[in-house]
Design a protein around this ligand. Structure first.
Ligand SMILES: Cc1ncc(COP(=O)(O)O)c(C=O)c1O
Length: 392
């Protein structure tokens, strides 16, 4: 044993569900089962060819080899600003209102350090993306959870936030299309949230990695389109989802200069931006036409439909998502403990799902399927789950 150097901060990091699920998957493999891993929302599809080509070319360009200072990120900032204009009709200043990120998860963690001080209060959705909890612990924030309930369309009830909490809150986090519930938010809800945050001087962080991962004619609204939002809101974008570039670690933050400035200052102490070749790949991906992106995402829509049909044929309840890359289903009866269900399922069948409780206590009673395999594999997964349910 060597000396344990962990800080109180490191000790406060939540131990993820991933380690437990990993052990369960290994057990299944050891028993000769082929694992169908639907527990992680990491796309199995390739990035756009234009993005790969931009990266390839960049590796031959010596101008990309050095540290990338802020001025070097201009091309990506301008591409993102153009994208905002084209997609939402928003006019953002690429100099002061857009900042490249090494993925939205990185941006989120540093944003908390940039915009809040230890002891400040943060309003977090429950269920919510698990890495929020680690970021909040790093920043030393006090958490107040906002329950996302099925009967409220998985939108937090802002009128239920006590005046004392609203007064003390520094940051509110929202994310739609939502992970894990797959819910989407109507523009009126964002108007209400912006009003609430302006009134209580709260920074509204809208984590928006699934902006383009939407189905049919649905278009996910941007909080920044609400009049006045730029003074109280910031959005986090990612190339990980609809562009399948999760391993590239690239995204951007968009918001008022009053939040982008401090975020840039904090990041300046920590990183030197993503490799320029990866930024150029992101520019190429952002320049794809809307219909190209839609065609890509339609592959996930086919998976969604196949999975839902298989689940519904076996009497499982799950709503039809308009966006995101998941299906959020109620636990099959008589199961009530999502952890016990997911672990036993993975060990006995090799099918790995994410237990709802891993996203917070209000996620209990559900499991999340990630649409990261082709339809026939998803159908095979449901067959195995159904057989498991008969035996257990
Ligand atoms: C809500 C949410 N935010 C952030 C992320 C991480 O995105 P990125 O790869 O851009 O860090 C994910 C990934 O699953 C997510 O679901």
């Amino acid at each position: 044993m060597t000396t344990d150097w962990s800080s109180r901060r490191a000790q406060a990091m939540p131990t993820g569900v991933f380690a437990l699920m990993d052990a369960a998957k290994s057990e299944a493999r050891a028993r000769g089962l082929e694992v169908i891993d639907l527990s992680i929302g990491s796309s199995d599809l390739p990035p756009p060819e234009s993005a790969l080509e931009a990266l390839r070319q960049a590796t031959y360009d010596p101008a990309t080899y050095a540290y990338c200072l802020h001025s070097g990120t201009r091309e990506l900032r301008e591409a993102a600003a153009g994208w905002h204009q084209e997609r939402f009709g928003q006019t953002l200043d690429p100099e002061r209102e857009i900042l490249p990120l090494i993925g939205s998860q990185e941006g989120f963690a540093h944003l908390l350090l940039a915009a809040a001080d230890p002891g400040d209060l943060i309003l977090l959705p429950d269920p919510g993306y698990p890495s929020y909890y680690g970021a909040v612990a790093l920043a030393g924030l006090e958490v107040k959870r906002m329950p996302l309930l099925e009967e409220h369309g998985y939108l937090p009830d802002l009128t239920a936030i006590a005046p004392e909490i609203a007064r003390r809150a520094r940051i509110m986090v929202l994310s739609y299309p939502n992970n894990p519930t797959t819910a989407v938010a109507p523009p009126e809800f964002f108007e209400q949230a912006v009003r609430f945050c302006l009134e209580h001087r709260i920074l509204l962080v809208h984590d928006f990695p699934y902006v383009d991962m939407v189905y049919g004619d649905y278009q996910a609204p941007s909080v920044l389109s609400v009049p006045g939002a730029l003074d109280t809101a910031v959005e986090l974008y990612s190339l990980s989802k609809s562009h399948h570039m999760g391993g590239f670690r690239i995204g951007w933050a968009a918001g008022g200069a009053g939040v982008i400035g401090p975020l840039a200052a904090v990041k300046g102490a920590i990183d030197f931006n993503a490799y320029l070749g990866i930024q150029r790949a992101a520019v190429a991906a952002l320049q794809r036409s809307r219909s190209e992106v839609r065609a890509d995402v339609a592959r996930l829509e086919a998976r969604r439909d196949a999975l839902l049909a298989a689940l519904q044929a076996r009497g499982w309840q799950a709503s039809t998502p308009l966006g995101g890359m998941y299906v959020w289903a109620r636990l099959p009866r008589p199961w009530t403990d999502s952890f016990a269900f997911a672990l036993a399922l993975a060990r006995q069948t090799g099918v790995a799902l994410n237990p709802g409780r891993a996203f917070g206590e209000h996620g209990e009673g559900y499991v999340r399927f990630a649409l990261v395999r082709e339809p026939e594999v998803l159908e095979e997964a449901v067959r195995r789950v159904a057989a498991f349910c008969v035996q257990n």
